[in-house]
Design a protein around this ligand. Structure first.
Ligand SMILES: *[C@@H]1O[C@H](CO)[C@@H](O)[C@H](O)[C@H]1NC(C)=O
Ligand SMILES: *[C@@H]1O[C@H](CO)[C@@H](O)[C@H](O)[C@H]1NC(C)=O
Ligand SMILES: *[C@@H]1O[C@H](CO)[C@@H](O)[C@H](O)[C@H]1NC(C)=O
Length: 356
Protein backbone atom coordinates (compact mmCIF):
# COMPACT_ATOMS: atom_id res chain seq x y z
CA UNK A 1 0.00 0.00 0.00
CA UNK A 2 2.36 2.54 -0.95
CA UNK A 3 2.63 4.21 -4.23
CA UNK A 4 6.01 2.81 -5.12
CA UNK A 5 7.17 -0.37 -6.65
CA UNK A 6 10.73 -1.52 -6.39
CA UNK A 7 11.27 -3.68 -9.36
CA UNK A 8 14.89 -4.64 -9.54
CA UNK A 9 15.60 -8.26 -9.97
CA UNK A 10 17.33 -9.82 -7.04
CA UNK A 11 20.34 -11.99 -6.78
CA UNK A 12 20.11 -15.60 -5.74
CA UNK A 13 18.89 -15.98 -2.22
CA UNK A 14 19.56 -19.70 -1.85
CA UNK A 15 22.14 -19.52 0.98
CA UNK A 16 19.93 -17.13 2.89
CA UNK A 17 16.88 -19.31 2.46
CA UNK A 18 18.77 -22.32 3.71
CA UNK A 19 19.88 -20.50 6.83
CA UNK A 20 16.35 -19.31 7.42
CA UNK A 21 14.90 -22.78 7.04
CA UNK A 22 17.42 -24.13 9.51
CA UNK A 23 16.65 -21.33 11.93
CA UNK A 24 12.93 -21.84 11.72
CA UNK A 25 13.03 -25.61 11.98
CA UNK A 26 15.34 -25.55 14.94
CA UNK A 27 13.73 -22.85 16.96
CA UNK A 28 10.00 -22.95 16.32
CA UNK A 29 8.69 -25.38 18.94
CA UNK A 30 10.35 -23.64 21.86
CA UNK A 31 9.32 -20.27 20.49
CA UNK A 32 5.67 -21.12 20.29
CA UNK A 33 5.93 -22.13 23.88
CA UNK A 34 7.71 -19.05 25.11
CA UNK A 35 5.55 -16.68 23.08
CA UNK A 36 2.44 -18.19 24.54
CA UNK A 37 3.80 -17.79 28.03
CA UNK A 38 5.17 -14.34 27.61
CA UNK A 39 2.02 -12.95 26.11
CA UNK A 40 -0.57 -14.75 28.14
CA UNK A 41 -0.11 -12.58 31.20
CA UNK A 42 -1.80 -9.37 29.96
CA UNK A 43 -4.65 -10.81 27.88
CA UNK A 44 -6.49 -8.28 25.74
CA UNK A 45 -9.90 -7.32 27.10
CA UNK A 46 -11.68 -6.54 23.84
CA UNK A 47 -15.22 -5.74 22.85
CA UNK A 48 -15.88 -7.31 19.47
CA UNK A 49 -18.44 -6.06 16.97
CA UNK A 50 -20.18 -7.62 14.00
CA UNK A 51 -19.44 -6.65 10.43
CA UNK A 52 -22.57 -4.53 10.11
CA UNK A 53 -21.82 -2.60 13.29
CA UNK A 54 -18.61 -1.19 11.96
CA UNK A 55 -18.00 -1.77 8.27
CA UNK A 56 -19.37 -1.57 4.78
CA UNK A 57 -18.54 -3.21 1.48
CA UNK A 58 -15.86 -1.36 -0.45
CA UNK A 59 -15.34 -3.16 -3.78
CA UNK A 60 -15.64 -6.50 -5.54
CA UNK A 61 -19.32 -7.15 -6.20
CA UNK A 62 -20.28 -10.61 -5.06
CA UNK A 63 -16.81 -11.30 -3.66
CA UNK A 64 -17.66 -10.25 -0.12
CA UNK A 65 -19.67 -12.95 1.61
CA UNK A 66 -21.19 -12.42 5.03
CA UNK A 67 -22.18 -15.26 7.34
CA UNK A 68 -25.93 -15.28 8.11
CA UNK A 69 -25.34 -13.82 11.59
CA UNK A 70 -23.15 -11.07 10.17
CA UNK A 71 -20.22 -11.98 12.41
CA UNK A 72 -17.88 -13.55 9.88
CA UNK A 73 -16.93 -12.19 6.50
CA UNK A 74 -15.12 -13.81 3.60
CA UNK A 75 -13.23 -11.86 1.00
CA UNK A 76 -12.68 -13.58 -2.34
CA UNK A 77 -10.30 -12.99 -5.18
CA UNK A 78 -11.20 -14.51 -8.52
CA UNK A 79 -10.08 -13.72 -12.05
CA UNK A 80 -12.58 -10.88 -12.23
CA UNK A 81 -11.92 -9.02 -9.01
CA UNK A 82 -10.53 -8.86 -5.51
CA UNK A 83 -12.70 -7.47 -2.75
CA UNK A 84 -12.61 -5.35 0.35
CA UNK A 85 -14.42 -3.58 3.12
CA UNK A 86 -13.92 -0.35 5.03
CA UNK A 87 -14.96 0.98 8.43
CA UNK A 88 -18.01 3.20 8.25
CA UNK A 89 -16.25 5.85 10.32
CA UNK A 90 -12.86 7.49 10.57
CA UNK A 91 -11.04 7.25 13.88
CA UNK A 92 -8.71 9.63 15.60
CA UNK A 93 -6.40 7.13 17.28
CA UNK A 94 -7.55 3.67 18.20
CA UNK A 95 -7.07 -0.05 18.30
CA UNK A 96 -8.01 -1.76 15.02
CA UNK A 97 -8.15 -5.51 15.16
CA UNK A 98 -9.60 -8.66 13.61
CA UNK A 99 -9.21 -12.41 13.68
CA UNK A 100 -7.97 -13.42 10.23
CA UNK A 101 -7.52 -16.75 8.46
CA UNK A 102 -5.53 -16.57 5.24
CA UNK A 103 -6.09 -18.60 2.06
CA UNK A 104 -4.12 -21.85 1.91
CA UNK A 105 -2.07 -23.62 -0.75
CA UNK A 106 -1.36 -21.90 -4.05
CA UNK A 107 -1.21 -18.30 -2.80
CA UNK A 108 1.65 -16.86 -4.87
CA UNK A 109 0.97 -13.28 -5.92
CA UNK A 110 -1.78 -12.73 -3.35
CA UNK A 111 -1.89 -9.80 -0.98
CA UNK A 112 -4.29 -9.61 1.95
CA UNK A 113 -4.09 -6.15 3.48
CA UNK A 114 -5.37 -4.95 6.84
CA UNK A 115 -4.63 -1.27 7.21
CA UNK A 116 -5.71 2.19 8.23
CA UNK A 117 -5.62 5.07 5.77
CA UNK A 118 -7.14 8.44 4.96
CA UNK A 119 -5.98 8.51 1.34
CA UNK A 120 -9.50 9.14 0.11
CA UNK A 121 -9.86 12.26 2.24
CA UNK A 122 -6.28 13.56 1.98
CA UNK A 123 -4.87 12.28 -1.32
CA UNK A 124 -1.70 14.42 -1.10
CA UNK A 125 -1.03 14.24 2.62
CA UNK A 126 -2.41 10.90 3.61
CA UNK A 127 -1.53 8.81 6.67
CA UNK A 128 -1.40 5.02 6.72
CA UNK A 129 -0.61 2.03 8.96
CA UNK A 130 -0.24 -1.34 7.25
CA UNK A 131 -0.31 -5.06 7.74
CA UNK A 132 0.23 -6.74 4.36
CA UNK A 133 0.21 -10.52 4.08
CA UNK A 134 2.12 -11.89 1.12
CA UNK A 135 1.20 -15.20 -0.43
CA UNK A 136 3.73 -17.79 -1.52
CA UNK A 137 4.25 -20.69 -3.87
CA UNK A 138 2.82 -24.04 -2.74
CA UNK A 139 4.69 -25.47 0.21
CA UNK A 140 6.23 -22.19 1.29
CA UNK A 141 4.85 -20.09 4.12
CA UNK A 142 3.05 -16.77 4.03
CA UNK A 143 5.13 -13.78 5.04
CA UNK A 144 3.95 -10.35 6.05
CA UNK A 145 5.11 -6.80 6.34
CA UNK A 146 4.24 -3.74 8.38
CA UNK A 147 4.69 -0.18 7.21
CA UNK A 148 3.48 3.35 7.85
CA UNK A 149 3.27 6.78 6.26
CA UNK A 150 2.45 10.19 7.70
CA UNK A 151 1.29 13.32 5.93
CA UNK A 152 2.07 11.94 2.48
CA UNK A 153 5.58 10.66 3.29
CA UNK A 154 5.38 8.15 0.42
CA UNK A 155 9.01 8.78 -0.50
CA UNK A 156 10.02 7.21 2.80
CA UNK A 157 8.87 3.60 3.03
CA UNK A 158 9.26 2.11 6.49
CA UNK A 159 8.78 -1.57 5.74
CA UNK A 160 9.68 -4.41 7.99
CA UNK A 161 9.17 -7.97 6.76
CA UNK A 162 8.71 -11.09 8.81
CA UNK A 163 7.89 -14.77 8.93
CA UNK A 164 5.18 -16.02 11.26
CA UNK A 165 5.72 -18.63 13.96
CA UNK A 166 2.54 -20.49 12.97
CA UNK A 167 0.64 -21.42 9.84
CA UNK A 168 -1.86 -18.54 9.33
CA UNK A 169 -4.05 -20.66 7.04
CA UNK A 170 -4.92 -23.29 9.64
CA UNK A 171 -6.58 -21.18 12.32
CA UNK A 172 -7.74 -17.67 12.96
CA UNK A 173 -5.18 -15.37 14.57
CA UNK A 174 -5.63 -11.85 15.82
CA UNK A 175 -3.83 -9.02 14.05
CA UNK A 176 -4.01 -5.55 15.58
CA UNK A 177 -2.85 -2.01 14.93
CA UNK A 178 -2.60 0.33 17.90
CA UNK A 179 -2.26 4.06 17.25
CA UNK A 180 -2.10 6.82 19.84
CA UNK A 181 -0.66 10.35 19.74
CA UNK A 182 2.46 8.86 21.20
CA UNK A 183 3.13 5.47 19.67
CA UNK A 184 2.18 2.79 17.14
CA UNK A 185 2.19 -0.92 17.98
CA UNK A 186 1.61 -3.84 15.62
CA UNK A 187 0.43 -7.02 17.35
CA UNK A 188 0.15 -10.62 16.18
CA UNK A 189 -2.14 -12.35 18.64
CA UNK A 190 -1.03 -10.71 21.88
CA UNK A 191 2.61 -10.41 20.93
CA UNK A 192 3.74 -6.87 20.14
CA UNK A 193 5.98 -7.30 17.10
CA UNK A 194 6.83 -3.67 16.32
CA UNK A 195 6.60 -0.41 18.21
CA UNK A 196 7.19 3.05 16.79
CA UNK A 197 7.56 5.76 19.40
CA UNK A 198 6.84 9.26 18.17
CA UNK A 199 9.70 11.73 18.31
CA UNK A 200 9.74 15.39 17.30
CA UNK A 201 12.33 14.57 14.64
CA UNK A 202 9.71 12.52 12.78
CA UNK A 203 7.61 15.63 12.19
CA UNK A 204 4.59 14.94 10.02
CA UNK A 205 5.80 11.40 9.20
CA UNK A 206 3.98 10.18 12.31
CA UNK A 207 0.31 9.64 11.30
CA UNK A 208 -1.79 12.39 12.80
CA UNK A 209 -5.12 12.66 10.97
CA UNK A 210 -8.23 10.48 11.40
CA UNK A 211 -8.14 7.22 9.43
CA UNK A 212 -10.52 4.47 8.33
CA UNK A 213 -9.76 0.77 8.63
CA UNK A 214 -9.54 -1.10 5.31
CA UNK A 215 -9.36 -4.82 4.60
CA UNK A 216 -8.71 -6.10 1.09
CA UNK A 217 -7.64 -9.11 -0.94
CA UNK A 218 -6.14 -8.46 -4.33
CA UNK A 219 -3.81 -9.63 -7.06
CA UNK A 220 -0.32 -8.34 -6.32
CA UNK A 221 1.36 -10.58 -8.91
CA UNK A 222 3.83 -7.88 -9.87
CA UNK A 223 5.53 -7.73 -6.46
CA UNK A 224 4.18 -9.92 -3.67
CA UNK A 225 6.08 -13.16 -4.25
CA UNK A 226 9.73 -13.48 -5.27
CA UNK A 227 9.74 -9.92 -6.50
CA UNK A 228 6.88 -10.60 -8.92
CA UNK A 229 8.20 -13.81 -10.45
CA UNK A 230 5.45 -16.03 -9.03
CA UNK A 231 2.04 -14.79 -10.16
CA UNK A 232 -1.49 -15.57 -9.04
CA UNK A 233 -2.61 -18.81 -10.68
CA UNK A 234 -6.36 -18.55 -11.27
CA UNK A 235 -6.61 -22.26 -11.81
CA UNK A 236 -6.86 -22.35 -7.99
CA UNK A 237 -9.38 -19.49 -7.68
CA UNK A 238 -11.31 -18.34 -5.82
CA UNK A 239 -8.86 -17.42 -3.04
CA UNK A 240 -10.69 -16.87 0.21
CA UNK A 241 -9.66 -15.04 3.36
CA UNK A 242 -11.88 -15.06 6.46
CA UNK A 243 -12.39 -12.38 9.08
CA UNK A 244 -14.22 -12.26 12.42
CA UNK A 245 -14.21 -10.83 15.95
CA UNK A 246 -13.69 -7.28 14.79
CA UNK A 247 -12.54 -4.56 17.15
CA UNK A 248 -12.76 -0.83 16.47
CA UNK A 249 -11.76 0.80 19.73
CA UNK A 250 -11.13 4.48 19.16
CA UNK A 251 -12.52 7.93 18.77
CA UNK A 252 -14.99 8.04 15.85
CA UNK A 253 -14.85 11.19 13.77
CA UNK A 254 -17.43 12.60 11.41
CA UNK A 255 -16.21 11.65 7.92
CA UNK A 256 -17.38 14.91 6.39
CA UNK A 257 -16.51 17.49 9.00
CA UNK A 258 -13.66 15.50 10.56
CA UNK A 259 -14.37 17.18 13.84
CA UNK A 260 -13.51 14.84 16.66
CA UNK A 261 -16.26 14.23 19.15
CA UNK A 262 -15.53 15.61 22.58
CA UNK A 263 -14.33 12.36 24.10
CA UNK A 264 -11.30 12.09 21.80
CA UNK A 265 -9.01 13.38 24.51
CA UNK A 266 -9.93 10.32 26.51
CA UNK A 267 -9.06 7.85 23.76
CA UNK A 268 -5.35 7.61 24.50
CA UNK A 269 -5.88 7.15 28.24
CA UNK A 270 -8.59 4.55 27.59
CA UNK A 271 -6.22 2.60 25.34
CA UNK A 272 -3.52 2.85 28.01
CA UNK A 273 -5.88 1.71 30.77
CA UNK A 274 -6.79 -1.33 28.72
CA UNK A 275 -3.10 -2.11 28.40
CA UNK A 276 -3.20 -1.83 24.61
CA UNK A 277 -0.72 1.02 24.22
CA UNK A 278 1.66 0.08 27.01
CA UNK A 279 3.98 -2.87 26.53
CA UNK A 280 4.66 -4.81 29.71
CA UNK A 281 8.13 -6.20 30.49
CA UNK A 282 6.87 -9.66 29.46
CA UNK A 283 5.54 -8.17 26.22
CA UNK A 284 8.93 -6.57 25.55
CA UNK A 285 10.66 -9.88 26.02
CA UNK A 286 8.24 -11.55 23.58
CA UNK A 287 8.78 -8.73 21.09
CA UNK A 288 12.54 -9.07 21.33
CA UNK A 289 12.36 -12.84 20.82
CA UNK A 290 10.10 -12.41 17.82
CA UNK A 291 12.31 -9.79 16.25
CA UNK A 292 15.52 -11.70 16.80
CA UNK A 293 14.12 -14.70 14.94
CA UNK A 294 11.44 -13.70 12.47
CA UNK A 295 12.28 -10.32 11.01
CA UNK A 296 14.00 -10.64 7.64
CA UNK A 297 13.98 -7.11 6.32
CA UNK A 298 14.03 -3.78 8.11
CA UNK A 299 14.46 -0.36 6.57
CA UNK A 300 16.33 0.60 9.75
CA UNK A 301 19.19 -1.77 8.85
CA UNK A 302 19.12 -0.95 5.14
CA UNK A 303 22.02 1.45 4.98
CA UNK A 304 22.01 1.58 1.20
CA UNK A 305 18.49 2.85 1.16
CA UNK A 306 18.88 5.03 4.24
CA UNK A 307 22.56 5.79 4.98
CA UNK A 308 21.31 7.69 8.00
CA UNK A 309 18.58 5.66 9.70
CA UNK A 310 15.24 7.43 9.96
CA UNK A 311 14.73 9.15 13.33
CA UNK A 312 12.46 6.53 14.94
CA UNK A 313 14.88 3.67 14.28
CA UNK A 314 16.22 1.95 17.37
CA UNK A 315 19.15 -0.18 16.27
CA UNK A 316 19.25 -3.40 18.26
CA UNK A 317 22.48 -5.42 17.90
CA UNK A 318 20.72 -8.79 18.34
CA UNK A 319 18.31 -7.94 15.51
CA UNK A 320 20.98 -6.53 13.30
CA UNK A 321 22.90 -9.74 13.65
CA UNK A 322 20.43 -11.48 11.35
CA UNK A 323 21.14 -9.13 8.55
CA UNK A 324 24.86 -9.39 8.98
CA UNK A 325 24.81 -13.18 9.04
CA UNK A 326 22.65 -13.40 5.98
CA UNK A 327 24.36 -10.80 3.84
CA UNK A 328 22.09 -7.89 4.32
CA UNK A 329 23.57 -5.88 1.45
CA UNK A 330 21.53 -8.11 -0.81
CA UNK A 331 18.37 -6.63 0.65
CA UNK A 332 19.75 -3.14 0.42
CA UNK A 333 20.41 -3.67 -3.27
CA UNK A 334 16.88 -4.72 -3.98
CA UNK A 335 15.52 -1.47 -2.62
CA UNK A 336 17.71 0.93 -4.50
CA UNK A 337 15.45 1.86 -7.33
CA UNK A 338 11.97 3.19 -6.81
CA UNK A 339 9.61 3.55 -9.69
CA UNK A 340 6.56 5.64 -9.41
CA UNK A 341 3.25 4.18 -10.36
CA UNK A 342 -0.35 5.02 -9.93
CA UNK A 343 -2.52 3.67 -7.22
CA UNK A 344 -4.52 0.85 -8.65
CA UNK A 345 -7.04 0.17 -5.98
CA UNK A 346 -7.59 0.64 -2.29
CA UNK A 347 -4.69 -1.04 -0.64
CA UNK A 348 -2.40 -0.88 -3.62
CA UNK A 349 1.18 -1.62 -2.81
CA UNK A 350 4.51 -1.98 -2.63
CA UNK A 351 8.12 -2.88 -2.60
CA UNK A 352 9.87 -5.94 -3.85
CA UNK A 353 10.09 -9.05 -1.79
CA UNK A 354 13.73 -9.14 -0.87
CA UNK A 355 13.95 -12.90 -0.53
CA UNK A 356 12.34 -16.32 -0.81
C1 LIG B 1 4.62 -21.74 30.43
O1 LIG B 1 3.34 -21.91 30.97
C2 LIG B 1 3.08 -23.25 31.38
C3 LIG B 1 1.62 -23.35 31.78
O2 LIG B 1 1.16 -22.16 32.35
C4 LIG B 1 4.05 -23.63 32.51
O3 LIG B 1 3.81 -24.95 32.95
C5 LIG B 1 5.47 -23.50 32.02
O4 LIG B 1 6.38 -23.75 33.06
C6 LIG B 1 5.72 -22.11 31.46
N1 LIG B 1 7.02 -22.09 30.79
C7 LIG B 1 7.88 -21.08 30.89
C8 LIG B 1 9.14 -21.21 30.11
O5 LIG B 1 7.66 -20.09 31.55
C1 LIG C 1 -13.01 -5.41 30.33
O1 LIG C 1 -13.56 -4.23 29.76
C2 LIG C 1 -14.85 -3.95 30.20
C3 LIG C 1 -15.41 -2.78 29.42
O2 LIG C 1 -14.43 -1.99 28.86
C4 LIG C 1 -14.83 -3.69 31.71
O3 LIG C 1 -16.11 -3.39 32.18
C5 LIG C 1 -14.28 -4.93 32.42
O4 LIG C 1 -14.15 -4.68 33.79
C6 LIG C 1 -12.93 -5.32 31.84
N1 LIG C 1 -12.51 -6.59 32.39
C7 LIG C 1 -11.31 -6.79 32.93
C8 LIG C 1 -11.03 -8.16 33.41
O5 LIG C 1 -10.47 -5.91 33.01
C1 LIG D 1 1.72 18.18 6.05
O1 LIG D 1 2.03 18.53 4.73
C2 LIG D 1 1.49 19.77 4.33
C3 LIG D 1 1.74 19.92 2.84
O2 LIG D 1 3.05 19.57 2.51
C4 LIG D 1 2.12 20.88 5.18
O3 LIG D 1 1.57 22.13 4.81
C5 LIG D 1 1.82 20.60 6.67
O4 LIG D 1 2.47 21.53 7.48
C6 LIG D 1 2.29 19.20 7.04
N1 LIG D 1 1.83 18.88 8.38
C7 LIG D 1 2.65 18.38 9.29
C8 LIG D 1 2.02 18.04 10.60
O5 LIG D 1 3.84 18.22 9.10
Amino acid sequence: MDWFLCSQSKKSSAPFTLILILLCCCSSPSLVFTFANASSSPAFNLTTISFDEGYSHLFGDGNLIRSPDGKNVRLLLNRFSGSGFVSSKLYNHGFFSAMIKLPSDHTAGLCVAFYTSNGDVFPKTHDELDFEFLGNVAGKPWRFQTNFYGNGSTARGREERYQLWFDPTKQFHRYSILWTSNNIIFYVDEVPIREVVRSTAMGGDFPSKPMSLYTTIWDASNWATSGGKAKVNYKYAPFTSEFKDFVLEGCPVDPIEQVPSSNCQDTDSRLAEKGLSVITPAGRRAMRRFRERYIYYSYCYDTIRYPVPLPECVLVPSERQRFKDTGRLKFGGSHKSHRHRSRRQPGASNSEDPDM
